[in-house]
Design a protein around this ligand. Structure first.
Ligand SMILES: [Zn+2]
Ligand SMILES: [Zn+2]
Ligand SMILES: [Zn+2]
Length: 274
């Protein structure tokens, strides 16, 4: 059975309200509260699997009852600070953290840039019981007996091998496609025909017709449509847009209005997908 999937954070790098910002979207988010308060993007699958570990990980631990003592597999999409803040993991070292004998190690899966920063900034990995597993785009990894990871090439910046993920469990196939623009053809060809039950799609640019390493609403709709054209969508897929920036100038209610027309759900922090 698939793990319980929680969408922990749904914002881009500076969160919403953005720190120090006085724009209308941030001011309105303060007033509205609730679903308009967004932390940096991350996803939790059960107790043992997580996607990304950014600056709001500790908040997610407290607010959503996620006990990272039991985390075993950490899948990192790319090295941008909103997704990968290794200093928070450094507190796993002796003197700052007690891990009883026999506790399973934590394996970090990431591209060469992510792992290089782990080696530089974490210190003694053995003492922290952290193991590193290098991944690159277009690869299949059996993370554990009931979870298989397929790595996809994101369209994001180009300075590193930024990844999107297809995460397959016995009864659910989850696509993590944030921090990407509309994919290059090689990624579409690679995923063609693969089943997706839940798709989390980058909507950083809000209402705007933008597609440069991130997407706005018209491109999110094209992205979802292309998944359908390539036979990727199961009978009743959940298409969910996430990773929002205040620069997209749409609050939650406005995003819901925009995306309802496309049959796409708008994520919010703490949304349990099931
Ligand atoms: Zn991001
Ligand atoms: Zn703002
Ligand atoms: Zn990024």
């Amino acid at each position: 059975m698939a793990r319980r999937l929680t969408i922990c954070g749904t914002a881009a790098a500076e969160a919403i309200p953005a720190i120090h910002c006085v724009c209308d979207t941030c001011r309105r988010a303060w007033e509205l509260g609730g679903k308009d308060l967004r932390t940096r993007a991350a996803y939790q699958l059960g107790q043992d699997v997580r996607v990304d570990f950014g600056p709001d990980s500790h908040f997610h631990m407290r607010a959503m009852g996620q006990d990272y003592a039991y985390l075993q597999h950490l899948l990192i999409t790319h090295s941008h600070q909103d997704h990968w803040l290794p200093e928070e993991l450094a507190y796993r070292r002796p003197g700052f953290c007690v891990l009883p004998e026999g506790f399973p190690p934590l394996t970090i899966y990431g591209n060469d840039r992510v792992l290089e920063s782990a080696r530089q900034r974490l210190g003694n990995l053995e003492a922290m019981r952290i193991e590193l597993y290098e991944i690159h785009s277009f690869q299949e990894v059996q993370v554990c007996p009931d979870l298989r990871l397929t790595t996809l090439k994101a369209e994001h910046g180009g300075e590193e091998d930024a990844l999107n993920f297809l995460i397959e469990e016995p009864d659910r196939s989850l696509l993590v496609a944030n921090d990407t623009g509309f994919w290059q053809e090689e990624t579409w060809e690679f995923i063609a025909g693969r089943r997706v039950d839940v798709a989390l799609i980058d909507g950083t640019c809000g209402r705007y017709d933008q597609n440069g390493g991130h997407m706005g609403a018209p491109w999110v709709a094209k992205f979802a449509a292309r998944l359908g054209e390539l036979g990727c969508l199961s009978d009743s897929p959940r298409l969910i847009v996430t990773h929002f920036s205040h620069n997209g100038h749409a609050n939650h209610d406005q995003l819901v209005e925009i995306y309802t027309a496309y049959g796409i759900e708008v994520a919010y922090d703490g949304l349990v997908v099931g």
